[in-house]
Structures are given as structure tokens and as C-alpha cells.
Design a protein around this ligand. Structure first.
Ligand SMILES: Cc1cc2nc3c(=O)[nH]c(=O)nc-3n(C[C@H](O)[C@H](O)[C@H](O)COP(=O)(O)OP(=O)(O)OC[C@H]3O[C@@H](n4cnc5c(N)ncnc54)[C@H](O)[C@@H]3O)c2cc1C
Length: 480
């Protein structure tokens, strides 16, 4: 009996439709501003990703409005549900905060971190048909299929990184170990530490998925900073069934007024002691003008550069130094019987897929969802996402998984595709040095946020940026 092919549900994810007509190319210049303002807020936050929502949370006692171009809040923290099974459709997990104040902040938001701790092993590596569970632990490293020198070198690297944990933190304005930002991770591992090429190859899926490009294209600083948490035996990670969308929802619900979804900022101009915003309301199609005492732009710099003309004080050349990878996430829904040892399962030698997560199977309990991550490296990644047929993309991903796990395609009933066009900022060699040294976060009453200002694609970077932006906004509003 022939089995019918799974349904491919095309593109969810970000909403290029909301922005492209206005910004690509520069259509905003042709739009006329309404004379009468629709209203006024002390502060407007643009973008309801984690950075914008965090900024809004810390400004929730002020007169505040949040604009979001997408249909829902969360940015790349999205979720889905297949016949009662929730799953992350983008950002999935985060590290258990070791600082008491961060733990308290999560509690304040009603997030029970201890209940969502990931059971070990956190990571497993699938290489040439064989699983290597707990691949970042000491025992896991000893089992890796690399020459002896590679195992010894990797163990030494892990030990060195663990010793650096106390001095190497996120959010500080100086760059510890700046020399590590001048070379690629591949160069550092192979030339400076003499590790065999096989080690770099094993780390490639991790780098593509977490940092937006392979070890040749990301800075050693960024790669090692991420790996430090993986190697540390004290690290614990947290994952809610619907991923980091839980955090976005909690932040959004803590605001006095819900963010205005499908409201896209398309223009900004100075106005006396404040700022004028031109907003496209996609829900009741039309433009309106809004007045604000200060504006937090919690959107990627690929977009901010189109809103901030040189008279705001930012330099176009600086914006061009921000590079982004793209991403496809595929939720494979059905009667999946595959078992995988880790929460995050890395696959080597698979160009289409880097890793997947799969909730444990509950005996006799209906369908499961396997979330497969398919990063699209800079710079080729974005165009195919706009041009390629979802059907083609879905079948390709399924075929790639079938190559590694024969039989899986027949168990899938539905493939849901999510795309993120400018998903993650790319920390290429030299970028973090540029960011820390030169790029201004605030000019007048415009304050920038977004994880890309930290130079690293992770939720902690978004949260840190949101906190900093809120502090800057309060200083502007209270003229401190
Ligand atoms: C597929 C994927 C998986 C990931 N997994 C993890 C993970 O497991 N753990 C982790 O720590 N990190 C992960 N990350 C990275 C992390 O989730 C992100 O770095 C972080 O969530 C980004 O938050 P942000 O607020 O900076 O940006 P975004 O999420 O990009 O938010 C920006 C928001 O601004 C809105 N916007 C844009 N233009 C306008 C406009 N003109 N007007 C109004 N609104 C606008 C957008 O619609 C969007 O909602 C992942 C990233 C991706 C892409």
C-alpha cells in the first residue's frame, strides 16, 4: 500500500511582508505623514522580540507603547502546537541563570525554571551513523571519533575555558581577551592550539546553528564564549515545551497594555523635544503618526539603518558592518519513533540540517514533534528563503533526515516550515571589537536595543540589551 506524502505547511516565522514593501527599496521616502497625531506616549518600544519586551518590562510603570510588525510577540522566539503537543518553532532553550538576581527576575515573571531543567545529557553528536552522547563532557570528549591529539587538545581547551568562566561575562563594555576576536575559531583551534582538522569539523554544526556560520567564519572569541557553557560541568539548561516563546509571553503579559501587533514602524523624524513615528497599521490598513518622548528601536540594524538617516548621527558605513545569517526551522509532526540520546542532537556532515530536538516519547500517547534546525549561513542564506518554494525546501529537509535516520519520512504526517530572514547577527572576526569600541547605542532621544548590539545571538544578549536600553530611556526621560 502506498503511503501519502506528508503535508508541507509553508512559511510561518518572521513577516517579511510587513516590512519589505516599505523598506526594500526605500519606499518610505514616498509616504506622506498625517498632520494630526494619533496619540502620544512617553516612550515607544519598537519590536516585541526579547530585547524589546525586556526593555518594555523595565519601563512598564511609565507611559509606554510597544509596536510589533509581526502577528504575535516573541520575534525569533515562536512556538507551535500539533494536536496538543507544544514545540519551539524558533529559539528553544537557555542556560539556568547562575546569578541570584536573574533567578529572581524569572520568578517574578512566574517562570518555574527548576521544573523546566533539561535532563542530561544536554547534547549528543550523531557522526557517521553512531551516537556520541554527552559530547561536550569529559567522558563524551574521550569518546569522540578524532585522533588522540584531538581528544587531549579538546580536554585541555575545555579546562582552560572553565577556568575563564569567572572573568568572561556578557554585557560588559570591554572585551576580555581581545586577541581572540581577531582570528577565526578554525584558525585558533588548528593553528594556535594545534588541534587536528577533525575537531573543527565536529564543531561545525554547532557553530552554524548557534552562531550563524561555520568555524572558519566566526571569531574565536564568539565560538569559545559559547563553548565555555557547553564544556562547564556546572551548566544547567532550561527548556519549556514551547521553548523561549514562554519567556516572551510572560514578559508581554506583565505589561499594562498588550503590544500592538501588526503595527510596523516605517518612519522616524525629530520633533522639538521628542520624536515623531510613522506607523503602518496592518490590521486596519492605513498609516498613523504617533508622538513620543523617547524611542527604543529593538529591531535588527539591517532595519534600523533604513529608519535612521545620517542626520540622526549614525553612520551608514557602521550599519553595514552588521551581517546576518538566515534560518529555517522545520517541525516534523507525526508518529515519530526515533530515539535520540540528547536534548540537542547535532548531526555532522549534513549540509541541510545542523541539529534537532525531540521530546521524549510517552508510551501510547499520540504524536510527537521533531524540531529540525536548518541554518542558512551568511551571505547566501536569505535569497533562497524568499525565492525557493516551501514544498521544495520541505521535501529536501525530509530527504536529508531520511538519509541519516531511515524510515523517519514515512512517520511524518505534516512538515511545518518557519523561516527567519535575518535570524542571527554574525560574530565574524573583528566585529565584537568594532561594536565595543565604536558603535553608539543612543543619539538624542533614539535608543538602540536588540541582541545584535551584544554581537552574539542568544537570549541572554537580547535580555541584557533590553535592560540597558530601559536604563538609557529612563535617563533620557528624566534628563539624568
Ligand atoms: C531559529 C533560532 C533558534 C534560536 N535558538 C536559541 C536558543 O535555543 N537559545 C538562545 O539563547 N538563543 C537562541 N536563538 C537566538 C535568540 O533567540 C535571539 O538572539 C533573540 O531571541 C533575539 O531577540 P531580539 O529581541 O534581539 O530580536 P528579534 O527576536 O529579532 O526581535 C525583533 C522584533 O522586531 C520586530 N520588528 C522588526 N521590524 C519592525 C518594525 N519596523 N516595526 C515594528 N516591529 C518590528 C520583529 O518582527 C521582531 O519581533 C535562536 C535564534 C534563532 C533564529
Amino acid at each position: 500500500m502506498s503511503r501519502s506524502l506528508p503535508r508541507i505547511i509553508p512559511w510561518q516565522g518572521d513577516t517579511p511582508q510587513a516590512c519589505h514593501p516599505f523598506f526594500y527599496p526605500y519606499e518610505t521616502e514616498k509616504i506622506s505623514w498625517p498632520e494630526t497625531a494619533g496619540g502620544h506616549s512617553e516612550v515607544v518600544v519598537v519590536g516585541a522580540g526579547l530585547s524589546g519586551l525586556t526593555a518594555a518590562y523595565f519601563l512598564r510603570h511609565r507611559d509606554l507603547m510597544v509596536l510589533e510588525a509581526g502577528e504575535q510577540v516573541g520575534g525569533v522566539c515562536q512556538s507551535g502546537n500539533y494536536r496538543g503537543v507544544p514545540y519551539p518553532a524558533g529559539s528553544a532553550y537557555f542556560y539556568y541563570p547562575w546569578e541570584a538576581s536573574w533567578q529572581e527576575w524569572h520568578r517574578e515573571l512566574g517562570l518555574e525554571l527548576d521544573e523546566a531543567l533539561i535532563a542530561p545529557p544536554m547534547s549528543a553528536l550523531f557522526h557517521e551513523g553512531r551516537w556520541h552522547p554527552n559530547c561536550f563532557s569529559e567522558a563524551g570528549i574521550r569518546s569522540l571519533p578524532v585522533p588522540r591529539a584531538g581528544v587531549d587538545g579538546l580536554l585541555k581547551l575545555a579546562e582552560d575555558l572553565i577556568n575563564l568562566e569567572n572573568v568572561w561575562d556578557l554585557g560588559i563594555d570591554t572585551l576580555p581577551l581581545p586577541e581572540l576576536d581577531q582570528v577565526s575559531l578554525a584558525h585558533y583551534l588548528e593553528v594556535e592550539r594545534g588541534l587536528p582538522r577533525e575537531v573543527t569539523m565536529l564543531l561545525a554544526p554547532y557553530c552554524r546553528s548557534c552562531l550563524g556560520a561555520g568555524p572558519e567564519a566566526i571569531s574565536a572569541w564568539a565560538g569559545l564564549f559559547f563553548l565555555m557553557s557547553e564544556f562547564s560541568s556546572g551548566t544547567r539548561a532550561v527548556a519549556f515545551p514551547e521553548g523561549n516563546a514562554r519567556l516572551a509571553q510572560a514578559l508581554s503579559q506583565a505589561l499594562p497594555n498588550p503590544p500592538r501587533c501588526r503595527h510596523t514602524l516605517v518612519g522616524l523624524r525629530p520633533r522639538g523635544e521628542g520624536v515623531d513615528l510613522l506607523v503602518w497599521n496592518g490590521a486596519a490598513p492605513g498609516f498613523y503618526r504617533w508622538e513620543a518622548g523617547a524611542v527604543i528601536l529593538a529591531v535588527g540594524k539591517f532595519l534600523a539603518r533604513r529608519l535612521l538617516t545620517p542626520d540622526w548621527g549614525w553612520r551608514w558605513e557602521d550599519f553595514q558592518l552588521f551581517r546576518y545569517s538566515s534560518y529555517v526551522v522545520a517541525a516534523l509532526c507525526g508518529q515519530i519513533t526515533l530515539e535520540a540520546p540528547g536534548y540537542e542532537n547535532w548531526i555532522t556532515k549534513a549540509a541541510e540540517i545542523s541539529d534537532f530536538i525531540l521530546a521524549p516519547r510517552v508510551p501510547g500517547k499520540g504524536p510527537r514533534v521533531m524540531v529540525a534546525f536548518a541554518p542558512q549561513p551568511y551571505p547566501q542564506g536569505r535569497k533562497p528563503l524568499l525565492q525557493a518554494q516551501a514544498e521544495y525546501q520541505g521535501r529536501n529537509l525530509l530527504a536529508a533526515l531520511e538519509d541519516h535516520f531511515p524510515g523517519i519520512a514515512a512517520e511524518v504526517e505534516e512538515v511545518r516550515l518557519y523561516r527567519f530572514g535575518h535570524a542571527q547577527v554574525l560574530p565574524y572576526p573583528g566585529f565584537l571589537t568594532f561594536l565595543r569600541g565604536r558603535f553608539p547605542r543612543k543619539q538624542g532621544r533614539i535608543i538602540l536595543a536588540h541582541s545584535d548590539l551584544e554581537g552574539l545571538p542568544c537570549i541572554e544578549a537580547a535580555i541584557v540589551q533590553g535592560q540597558k536600553a530601559a536604563r538609557r530611556a529612563l535617563a533620557v526621560l528624566d534628563q539624568r
